[in-house]
Ligand binder design. Structure first.
Ligand code: ADP
Ligand code: MG
Length: 554
């Protein structure tokens, strides 16, 4: 047998350990949530791999997590019969190699202990929370399908290094033992442990057992898949807790949508609309979306499942299908009629729910819009089939609003002047720039509302959204404005464009000076105060879009 060998923690891991111990101290009980969730993940992964290879289940097919306390030795052990780890896995996952979440967690820490305690689950650094309460942690593990002699023992005091040695292990899976630090004896109390498991891990869908001194096990969580229970039996509090366990978001969700569909195909979906943005909403590999289960077996992470389009990536939750094959692969998901139908129905449920929220509870909808409006604006581009429905949910700043981003296209249409033919908008780099644009002058004068669009995504939106409710959208900065077609009451101060000789001469001089940098110089009734403005052709990109394309290297 080889002797124990020592490895240094990678520098960022050391920094993380240090910070975590000090900054999460007042929420230290979350170590149990993290270790239990790792054990449950390990069980899920085993079930999934066992679909291909039944042998992995050995003689112990029922997944379970157990928590045992040794009062005299002052240790707690969390063990599972999940997938386990071999030597390489241990080194990769618990030590030297930089896991992408480590750096990002360090950057994202807010200093607010409660907030940070939630964050740690999002960043894949939960294991290290054991060191908040322990002065030594050992991990004894053996990967499913490998021989008992392939067992590995990892040991660390969390100070800067860990040791590894071979140690045979009969049982498949992992046992994590925490030797409690001075002053942490409260965690030897079973009542305390039971309370923590119920608070954080009640809806983990496998039994979490607490052993007593005689080794008798008591299941302390609900251990059933919440989404399979009848809606009438699930309290709001249970939904909220489930959401927290799923998302690590400390804010309760704005709304949830729980459906059981039977018929041609049967599935259950449970979708949540969060109240605040996750840190990675705009990162390409963000972990948002829906999890896929098949007959209660966890199949695929949110970001791989393609159960919702990108513009609804803020929705969290799951779909549990009765009809998909258990060995469903990513490729299969891409062209699968069942999945397409689930996806279509889920999109409709989310959009309908948002419509209802916007109508019945505008304040709550305003919170939603603040957090996720920018993402929803990708909708008409990505999902032309639902463009009109999504467009109805969009909210904008406007010359006629109260200054907030809360004017919908339907509001706009209901306020249009008689004879007005289009929904007018202006895009620009910033709200201030747009508000002060000379293009608005004639609209102000005639009291015609103009939507003010200052987010980068707005350019793409208006490039794809040509009309709403059969009314065209038109930029006030493009093409010829036929002043008489604008609608709205002339307040009597509009003067017809002068075409006297002196103006003709001025136009000629300006045209000569600008040369082929412009295609034309014209007198216009667009302006009331400013002497001149730049206008682009009806079918050209707007100036702001041109600026963006240039900045992006086009
Ligand atoms: P995360 O769970 O978000 O990946 P953690 O820090 O909690 O981050 O765990 C790191 C990794 O260690 C896990 O991804 C997993 O590969 C491995 N691991 C931790 N606990 C277990 C366990 N009980 N069984 C198998 N693997 C585990
Ligand atoms: Mg974890």
């Amino acid at each position: 047998e080889k002797a124990a060998e020592t490895h240094e923690f990678q520098a960022e891991v050391r920094q993380l350990l240090d910070l975590m111990i000090h900054s999460l101290y007042s929420n230290r009980e979350i170590f149990l949530r993290e270790l239990v969730s790792n054990a449950a993940d390990a069980a899920d992964r085993l079930r999934f791999e066992a679909l291909q290879d039944k042998g992995l289940l050995e003689a112990d097919p029922d997944p379970r997590v157990s928590i045992a306390v040794d009062t005299e030795g002052r240790t707690i052990t969390i063990s599972d019969n999940g997938i386990g780890m071999n030597r390489e896995d241990v080194i990769d996952n618990l030590g030297t190699i930089a896991r992408s979440g480590t750096r990002r967690f360090l950057d994202a820490m807010t200093g607010d202990q409660k907030q940070d305690a939630q964050l740690i689950g999002q960043f894949g650094v939960g294991f290290y929370s054991a060191f908040i309460v322990a002065d030594e942690v050992t991990v004894h593990t053996r990967r499913a399908g490998e021989g008992a002699d392939q067992g590995v023992l990892w040991r660390s005091d969390g100070k800067g290094a860990f040791s590894l040695e071979a140690l045979p292990r009969e049982a498949r899976g992992t046992a994590v033992t925490l030797h409690l630090a001075e002053g942490q004896d409260e965690f030897l109390d079973r009542n305390r442990l039971r309370q923590i498991v119920r608070r954080y891990s009640d809806h983990i869908a496998l039994p979490i057992e607490l052993e007593d001194e005689q080794g008798e096990a008591e299941t302390v969580n609900q251990a059933s898949a919440l989404w399979m229970r009848p809606k009438s039996e699930i309290t709001d509090e249970a939904y909220r807790q489930f959401y927290q366990q799923l998302s690590y978001d400390p804010e309760p969700p704005l709304e949830w949508i729980h459906n059981k569909v039977e018929g041609n195909q049967s599935y259950t979906s449970l979708l949540f609309i969060p109240a605040q943005r996750p840190f990675d909403l705009f990162e390409p590999d963000a972990s948002q979306g829906l999890r896929l289960y098949v007959r209660r077996v966890f199949i695929m992470e949110d970001k791989d499942s393609r159960l919702l389009p990108r513009y609804l990536r803020f929705v969290r939750g799951l779909v549990d299908s009765d009809d998909l094959p258990l060995n469903v692969s990513r490729e299969l998901l891409q062209h699968n009629k069942l999945i397409d139908r689930i996806r279509g129905a889920s999109v409709k449920r989310v959009l309908d729910t948002l419509e209802r929220m916007a109508r019945d509870d505008p304040e709550r909808y305003a919170r939603f819009w603040e957090a996720f409006g920018t993402v929803l604006k990708e909708g008409p581009v990505e999902d032309p089939g639902n463009a009109e429905k999504v467009a109805g949910l969009l909210r904008f700043h406007s010359t006629h609003g109260d200054g907030g981003s809360n004017v919908g296209l339907a509001d706009y249409i209901s306020r249009m002047h008689e004879g007005q033919k289009a929904i007018y908008y202006l895009t620009g780099e910033s709200l201030a720039a747009v508000r002060n644009s000379p293009h608005l002058e004639v609209f102000r004068q005639r009291n015609i509302e103009v939507l003010l669009l200052a987010e980068p995504v707005d350019e793409w939106l208006v490039a794809h959204l040509n009309e709403f409710d059969a009314t065209p959208l038109q930029s006030v900065a493009k093409g010829d404005l036929e002043i008489d077609d604008l609608g709205g009451a002339d307040d009597g101060t509009t003067e017809p464009p002068e075409t006297s000789e002196s103006v003709e001469a001025l136009i000629g001089r300006v045209g000569d000076a600008l040369g082929d940098r412009v295609s034309a110089v014209r007198a216009s009734s667009r302006l009331t105060d400013s002497p001149a403005c730049i206008v682009v052709g009806e079918h050209e990109f707007g100036l702001n879009m041109q600026r963006m394309l240039k900045a992006a290297g086009h």
